[in-house]
Design a protein. Structure first.
Length: 211
């Protein structure tokens, strides 16, 4: 089973990918992890990526796509994989096709902007032990203090209201068009964000099992 998860920031793509990865015993492939692994292994693509990163530049699409192709050819991907972080644009999706990388399903988790804004701006994290809370959905027992280690919880810069809105704008302009791209290929499956991780995952598994 070869999968992509789409959806706005805060839709729960990473959480669902982790659960599906465990249930299907297939790896979740993160572009960030791939870059670090390729550089550590000293592969040709890794060396090329390192030259850009050393200069503080973004790694170009063509390098990332070659890296993906290199990674999905490895033995642990023979039964399938979940791509995380790519494609983010139609250009990347076209480049994946050009490399012969195919998918069985593209799962788009459908979350309203207001839902995402409420979910992300209410999130609080503990810098010490990395525990995650939400001011409404999962508040700390003592306001502002981590239940686990007692450290002060904070709002990450990525979760500030203005940043969340900017991230949503980028998603709608660059990544959301991928839904049409994959719909034309008969691969898109829309998944309603139910607000409950287990319920949303059940919808996903029903799709993957053909129910």
């Amino acid at each position: 089973m070869k999968l992509i998860f789409l959806g706005p920031p805060g839709a729960g793509k990473g959480t669902q990918a982790t659960i599906v990865s465990e249930k299907l015993s297939i790896p979740t492939i993160s572009t960030g992890d791939m870059l670090r692994a390729a550089i550590a292994a000293g592969t040709e693509v890794g060396k090329l990526a390192q030259t850009y990163m050393d200069k503080g530049h973004l790694v170009p699409d063509e390098v990332v796509i070659h890296l993906v192709a290199e990674r999905v050819s490895q033995p642990d991907c023979q039964k399938g994989y979940i791509l995380d972080g790519v494609p983010r644009t139609i250009a990347q999706a076209e480049a994946l096709e050009a490399e012969g990388i195919q998918f069985d399903h593209v799962l788009s988790i459908e979350s309203l902007d207001d839902t995402v804004i409420g979910r992300l701006t209410g999130r609080r994290v503990c810098p010490n032990c990395r525990a995650i809370y939400h001011i409404k959905g999962h508040p700390t027992k003592v306001e502002g203090l981590c239940d686990v280690c007692g450290g002060r919880v904070v709002q990450r810069v990525d979760d500030a209201p203005e940043t969340v809105r900017e991230r949503l704008e980028v998603y709608h302009s660059l990544t959301e068009p991928l839904k049409g791209f994959y719909q034309q290929r008969g691969l898109l499956r829309e998944v309603k964000d139910t607000g409950a991780v287990a319920d949303t995952n059940q919808v996903i598994m029903d799709i993957l099992e053909g129910n």
